[in-house]
Design a protein around this ligand. Structure first.
Ligand SMILES: Nc1ncnc2c1ncn2[C@@H]1O[C@H](COP(=O)(O)OP(=O)(O)O)[C@@H](O)[C@H]1O
Ligand SMILES: [Mg+2]
Length: 253
């Protein structure tokens, strides 16, 4: 089976001052697949996925070089607002806007970008996206309450709904369950499985079991280098590099 490429990174280098964080990294992500970015703490996972969302525009100490192809455009040269609509990001800690209701949180991408919608369009977007993340039944009676009343797992699903509402082609998740209990984690993992039919997912995790449960492909990063990238099955059963093997057997954190 051949895979369609959704995003292609070529010779990506990211540094802060003299510190090289991502070193000449090239890899392609595939459409409607879940790719896990795995590796020990501090190896550059967050830095890598932030570059896919142009987050480094907000911090000028980062120098980003290389090419990230998305269709015919180089993401690093495109309009960051458009990039963020196409490539949505959900962060490690659930962060619904505290001054917005659940309803407004789902619509936040539209509200913050000044995109006008009719009441009917808004209701529709909110319903569809709350249903997608399995929150609809849990919150439909309280949709105008603040999102901050929800449990951690519900807040994270609300943040996923907010991102999906912009209809991104790619969903970036940075350790989306690291602040959640096991039950809430399972719900998010099941959700990731359902969502890959409509969006390509790139997920950072340092949870080895999580990568093996939910991803189709796994990239293993170590000190800013891409050590190995293959199907998750291959990485977990026959890793080629000793460092991957050692990481999987938990020789280092
Ligand atoms: N704002 C920053 N300024 C300087 N160094 C940073 C900054 N953010 C991250 N780093 C450094 O970049 C490296 C990779 O960090 P990060 O991408 O957060 O790793 P990971 O997500 O894999 O834990 C670390 O050595 C970290 O200290
Ligand atoms: Mg990180």
């Amino acid at each position: 089976m051949t895979n369609e490429t959704i995003l292609s990174i070529e010779k990506l280098n990211i540094s802060v001052k003299k510190n090289k964080i991502i070193k000449n990294l090239s890899l392609s992500f595939y459409k409607n697949k879940v790719t896990a970015i795995m590796g020990p703490s501090g190896c550059g996972k967050t830095t890598l996925i932030r570059s896919l969302n142009r987050m480094h525009d907000l911090d000028k100490s980062f120098k980003v070089k290389g090419n990230i192809s998305f269709g015919n455009t180089n993401l690093l040269k495109a309009d960051p607002i458009l990039v963020r609509q196409q490539i949505g990001m959900v962060f490690q800690r659930p962060n619904p806007f505290p001054n917005m209701s659940i309803y407004e949180n789902v619509l936040a991408g539209y509200i913050l970008n000044g995109i006008k919608l009719s009441k009917e369009e808004k209701d529709n977007i909110v319903d569809i996206n709350l249903k997608k993340v399995g929150l609809y039944d849990e919150v439909s009676d309280n949709i105008h309450r603040k999102g901050s009343h929800l449990s951690g797992g519900q807040q994270q699903r609300l943040c996923i709904a907010r991102t999906l509402a912009m209809k991104p082609k790619v969903l970036l998740l940075d350790e989306p369950t690291s602040a959640l209990d096991p039950k809430a984690t399972t719900r998010i993992e099941n959700l990731i499985n359902e969502l890959k039919n409509e969006v390509s997912i790139i997920m950072v995790t340092h949870n080895i079991e999580q990568a093996s449960r939910v991803s189709d492909y796994t990239a293993f990063l170590y000190l800013g280098d891409l050590i190995e990238y293959d199907t998750t099955e291959t990485i977990f059963t026959v890793p080629k590099d000793k460092r991957t093997e050692e990481y999987l057997s938990r020789k280092y954190g």
